[in-house]
Design a protein around this ligand. Structure first.
Ligand code: HEM
Length: 494
């Protein structure tokens, strides 16, 4: 299938010693135990943060071993820039993503480069993420944001702090379900998460636990009960999606040009091919999963930092008031004008990139960073929280939250490939603009409506289930200004 984006395919080399002929040049943790590997002092429930801790001691490239399974990690900016060279490297479906294959098969996120459905779906769906398409989703995004503020107003009136990750997850799930598939999960009207969300969280956690312990032992993890629960979760996810697709096909009428319409009705512009119904199912699951957990985490971390930095929140509010004025609901064009709010989001994604790692495979025999020989098929994991804290790029105090790091002049002054929360190259995130528009819009609306106060006892604790989330984050709210009259709130700017 001809396309400028075609990704070259390569078989990974399974044996790390064969893949990296000078593995001895790559450091590993000092207390390696025979047979077991680098297990002393590891935190299996938070593997990513454990790896970040190790990496900050070991340097820009390092390796870790569990039993006979050894992985190479890269966190230094120069080496990541080299791995971003698309003529020598491509995406690799590493174990963390491979664990989602039973769920998403050759959907866009989990497809191997050589699988024809990747290119087909990419070319068919890319226009669904164009600027015009985003403008079309804006209204639905506002409607869902109205449901969030309705819920938060009620929590405020009841004197309760709001559950930030829980509510952001409801918001982003409803947004992708509405804009993508015309579906309403009714998340804000439920006391408990929708069963789809429970099943998704259950399956992602299971996949993460399997990834943390690779090889045959992973299959034993949690015993048969965990396997049965995962099978139940999988069935529920498939059934939910099949119902959404069946309803649309049975309806016969086109939706309003949403992603599902595109999947069902659009032929590839070059070849005339269409996605099969089974592949449509995989793509719907992919978008529901990839399109909400990550954005929900990004919004939650941003709200955490806004609550801790009143001076940043005040500056952001001043911008929202100035740019949006008295308009009850901002228009599509007014969202991109919130430059400072966007910087708050970027800085939150720098410190806590919610999809925290991706893998790159060598397309030919090569030498990484001029020092580390790699055979064709050798691969490494890019650890984003390390890249985003490399002091050579971000200065001596990379832990400091400072949105001005993303002022245009500062961005221009940094080398390329140092900020990669959306991945890199042909397999980078297709939903980037969608996520940024949604998150900037929602942060703007929340900043304009509320003051946020952190609970004094809260210390940031980051949970991991393939994506990152500030665990247990609750904020107290105060209303800033009286609500606009309801009839005003649904008109202007849409
Ligand atoms: C802040 C929010 C988001 C973050 C941090 C994020 C991050 C990423 C990253 C790092 C990748 C590359 C993974 C790899 O190389 O293995 C990716 C791919 C992808 N993302 Fe996102 N994402 C976000 C939001 C979204 C949204 C809203 C959607 C859909 C509406 C989406 C859909 C996808 C898909 C389908 C892919 C696979 C693309 C391909 O391989 O062709 N993401 N995302």
């Amino acid at each position: 299938m001809a396309s400028s984006n075609t990704v070259r395919a390569v078989d990974p080399v399974p044996d790390v010693r064969e893949a990296w002929p000078r593995l001895d040049l790559i450091p590993h943790p000092p207390r390696r135990v025979p047979l077991l590997g680098d297990v002393l002092g590891t935190d299996r429930s938070r593997p990513l943060q454990d790896t970040v801790r190790r990496g900050s001691e070991l340097g820009p490239i390092f390796r870790r071993k569990v039993l006979s399974f050894e992985l190479v990690f890269v966190g230094g900016a120069e080496l990541v820039a080299d791995l971003s060279d698309e003529s020598r490297f491509a995406k690799h479906v590493a174990p963390g993503i491979a664990a989602l294959r039973p769920l998403a098969k050759d959907g866009l996120f989990t497809a191997h480069n050589h699988e024809p459905n990747w290119q087909l779906a990419h070319d068919v769906l890319a226009p669904g993420f164009s600027r015009e398409a985003m403008a079309g989703y804006h209204r639905a995004m506002l409607d869902v944001a109205d449901r969030l503020t309705g819920h938060w107003d009620a929590e405020l009136a009841a004197g309760r702090p709001v559950d930030v990750p829980g509510d952001m997850t409801k918001l982003t799930l409803e947004t992708i379900a509405r804009t993508g598939f015309g579906h309403d999960f009714g998340s804000f009207e439920r006391a408990r998460p929708h069963p789809f969300v429970d099943a998704m969280v259950g399956y992602l956690s299971y996949a993460q636990r399997r990834t943390a312990l690779p090889g045959p032992l992973a299959g034993l993890l949690g015993g048969r009960a965990a396997g049965r629960r995962a099978a139940r979760d999988l069935a529920l996810l498939n059934d939910t999606v099949d119902e959404v697709v069946r309803a649309r096909v049975a309806d016969g009428r086109p939706g309003d040009g949403d992603l599902l319409d595109r999947m069902l009705r659009t032929a590839h512009p070059g070849t005339g091919e269409r996605l099969s119904l089974d592949n449509v199912r995989r793509q719907v699951i992919t978008f529901l999963v990839a399109g909400h957990e990550t954005t929900s985490g990004a919004l939650s971390f941003a709200l955490h930092y806004l609550s801790l930095h009143p001076e940043v929140a005040a500056r952001a509010r001043e911008e929202v008031d100035r740019v949006w004025g008295d308009v009850p609901s901002p228009g599509y064009e007014q969202v991109a004008k919130l430059r400072y709010v966007r910087r708050v989001l970027d800085e939150s994604l720098r410190l806590w990139p919610t999809a925290p790692a991706f893998a790159r495979v060598a397309l030919e025999d090569t030498v990484l960073g001029g020092t580390h020989p790699m055979r064709r098929g050798a691969w490494a994991l890019v650890v984003l929280p390390l890249l985003h804290r490399d002091p050579a790029v971000w200065g001596p105090d990379p832990e400091r939250f400072d949105p001005d790091r993303f002022e245009a002049a500062a961005v221009r002054g940094r080398p390329a490939h140092v900020f990669k929360p959306f991945g890199t190259g042909a397999r980078a995130c297709i939903g980037r603009q969608f996520a940024l528009h949604e998150a900037t819009l929602v942060l703007g609306l929340l900043l304009r409506r509320y003051e946020f106060t952190p609970r004094p006892e809260y210390r940031l604790s980051v949970s991991e289930r393939l994506t990152l989330m500030p665990e247990g984050l609750r904020l107290r709210l105060e209303r800033r200004a009286p609500r606009p009259a309801p009839d005003e709130a649904v008109t202007a700017g849409r």
